[in-house]
Design a binder for this molecule. Structure first.
Ligand SMILES: Nc1ncnc2c1ncn2[C@@H]1O[C@H](COP(=O)(O)OP(=O)(O)OP(=O)(O)O)[C@@H](O)[C@H]1O
Ligand SMILES: [Mg+2]
Length: 444
């Protein structure tokens, strides 16, 4: 990656070191400013944008650590690198804890300096472009700020702070996998692996070996030994997706490893211990499966310590509009052209639609509209038949308030799939009031 042209500030009390740093980096095409103290650097940073600060560790007044702290607290987009003649372990640990990603010991060669600097700038470029792609997503990598989603974020925070098992429920396409990732990356396990396992997709014959690995020669075809999912996720998180589809055999094996945290690789009798956080998800009603005898109750209680429920998209109110805008921008950017806008009627239709496929359906729809559309705007007629909202504003024209109310209640009920609690929430009334209205309208 070409990272020439970065703006770099070097801070050191030794003019000789500043001169060396400055010479190498300028030759590599960067713009280099220099300061002789932390205080001078802080006031420079107040007025000038800098991509990277390279600071000495030990200086007469404040130390490099103070500068790191200052940058971390005040400048989100500036990287930091520490240079020191005292490469003590303690100093390094402290620097890394304070957010100095990289560390270079004196004396260094020009090549070493340029190597570290270009590694930092590469990372920064990556982060910046990732940020541009996801500029609307929040810190959880999700969109939406309706009350139901705020409650979800709250649970993600709580779950991140523990290693308790998490169960994520919600219809298909509501973002269960994204939430699982948010829990993992928000936790102190983030440096280890997040391992998604689709419980539907593992054939029973390969089960043991996929989950726990096998040693060389364990069965014909086992030419090499191979780690299983649990071992790969050691220190990290295993995500058991579609747990409702787990075969009885898989359920039994999962239960055993959850109880003991131990397993043996296929073909070996050596007991291995793992520290793996388990997050499970399904779009099915797991409690119902337990009642029907299709899912083990003991396993259900094991995985069901913290439950995070994702509401259907149709119950997220204005979030739909934020998502439409986000996906319009995203897919237009991918296609390299300006984002089309939606007419009010089209937006209204999307807002009223019941979204059985939830966010995934919305995402796919917008992608399709962007790819096939060629005009600057998208109208109702561009939408699939099922989404065209019949009750457009003009048709309110000569209706009574009671008729409009009845129509709207019917619509919201359909949208929440006859879930009265949810419908009442959307309508902003309590269940009892809703029941009264339904009775009067002959809808109950
Ligand atoms: N709140 C959200 N903000 C932005 N994108 C979202 C959100 N929720 C879901 N998505 C997007 O919708 C798609 C479906 O999400 P995801 O795969 O996490 O759903 P799921 O609940 O696991 O679905 P399934 O049950 O079908 O496996 C993904 O492309 C995801 O990026
Ligand atoms: Mg999924």
């Amino acid at each position: 990656m070409d990272n020439g042209g970065a703006i770099i500030l070097a801070v050191d009390d030794s003019p000789a070191t500043l001169e060396v740093i400055s010479r190498h980096l300028t030759r590599a095409g960067h713009v280099v400013h220099t300061c002789a103290s932390v205080e001078e650097a802080a006031s420079f940073l107040d007025t000038t944008h800098v991509d990277l600060v390279i600071t000495d560790y030990k200086m007469p007044k404040s130390s490099g650590l103070d500068l790191i702290k200052y940058v971390r607290e005040n400048l989100r987009d500036t990287e930091i690198m520490m240079v020191t003649g005292y490469p003590t372990i303690a100093g390094a640990v402290e620097a890394i804890r304070d957010g100095a990603g990289e560390y270079l010991a004196k004396p260094f060669t020009g090549e070493e300096l340029l190597g570290v600097v270009s590694r930092i700038l590469d990372k920064q470029t990556h982060r910046r472009s990732a940020h541009a792609d996801h500029q609307h997503l929040n810190e959880y990598g999700l969109l939406g700020d309706c009350p139901e989603m705020l409650a979800v974020y709250d649970l993600i925070d709580k779950a991140s702070q523990t290693s308790a098992n998490v169960f994520i429920s919600g219809e298909s396409g509501t973002g269960k996998e994204l939430v699982a990732r948010a829990v993992h990356y928000g936790s102190d396990r983030r440096a280890s692996a997040f391992v998604p396992v689709n419980c539907t997709a593992i054939p029973d014959t390969l089960l043991e070996s996929e989950l726990f690995g096998h040693v060389k020669g364990a069965f014909s075809g086992a030419k090499e030994s191979r780690a299983g999912f649990f071992e790969i996720a050691n220190g990290g998180t295993i995500f058991l997706d579609e747990i409702g589809d787990a075969s009885p055999n898989l359920q039994a094996k999962l239960l055993r490893v959850m109880q003991s945290k131990e397993f043996c690789m296929v073909g070996s009798s050596r007991i291995r211990t793992v520290d793996t956080r388990i997050i499970a998800a399904t779009h099915q009603d797991l409690q119902q499966l337990v009642k029907q005898g299709l899912f083990r109750e003991d396993l259900f209680y094991r995985i069901h310590v913290i439950e995070i429920h994702l509401p259907p998209l149709a119950a997220r109110g204005q979030d739909i509009l934020a998502m439409v805008n986000h996906f319009l921008k995203k897919f237009s950017q991918d296609a390299g052209r300006p984002a089309p806008c939606l007419t009010d009627e089209a937006l209204n239709s999307l807002y009223q639609y019941s979204w059985p496929g939830n966010v995934r359906e919305l995402e796919n729809l917008i992608q399709r509209l962007v790819v096939i559309g060629d005009g600057p705007s998208i109208d109702v007629t561009d939408l699939p038949e099922a989404m065209r909202f019949s009750l457009n504003r003009n048709s309110f024209g000569n209706k009574t308030l009671a008729e409009v109310e009845a129509e709207h209640i019917r619509h919201v009920l359909a949208q929440s799939r006859d879930n009265k609690t949810q419908a009442a929430k959307i309508l902003g009334i309590d269940r009892k009031t809703l029941r009264g209205k339904l009775k009067r309208l002959g809808l109950e």
